[in-house]
Design a protein around this ligand. Structure first.
Ligand code: AMP
Length: 129
């Protein structure tokens, strides 16, 4: 089954300028902005401008130029936040929630870039219901 992209999702509205955002970085194919409900001192969302639902959709369907631009934008945001471990920064975590088990709320690919505090272990225990 092919992915169907719903352009009424909130990030699509942000990309069309219908909803404001706190932009951190904008490139030809990528937008990075602060999460409205930050889970860490730094919590930036990085999204492609193209209509991709989640990471595997992007990996399969995006152009090489979009993928390179997105990947470089993530690196650039790390540099802007001064969190690169190889350059004296204290590190960060990238999360891309996808689908039901990944608990993805907004159906437009986004990378959460979290930093600025110790982030604990990666996963909580699974729910028991
Ligand atoms: P996910 O659960 O991975 O789909 O994450 C969606 C994220 O989008 C959450 O962390 C929300 O806080 C964030 N979010 C929702 N609406 C906005 C908005 N208008 N501006 C910035 N972040 C938003």
């Amino acid at each position: 089954m092919a992915y169907e992209y719903d352009d009424q999702n909130i990030f699509s509205k942000i990309l069309r300028g219908e909803i404001p955002n706190a932009t951190v970085l904008e490139t030809e194919h990528t937008l990075a902005f602060n999460d409205i409900t930050p889970q860490a001192p730094d919590h930036v969302l990085v999204i492609p401008k193209g209509p991709y639902v989640c990471y595997d959709h992007f990996a399969d369907a995006a152009s090489d130029a979009e993928i390179v631009d997105f990947s470089r934008a993530v690196g650039e945001v790390c540099r802007m936040l001064d969190v690169k471990p190889g350059e004296g920064g204290q590190g960060y975590r990238m999360i891309a929630n996808s689908g039901e088990n990944g608990v993805q709320e907004v159906q437009h690919l986004h990378i959460h870039l979290l930093a600025g505090r110790w982030l604990g272990r990666m996963l909580q225990k699974p729910r028991t219901d």
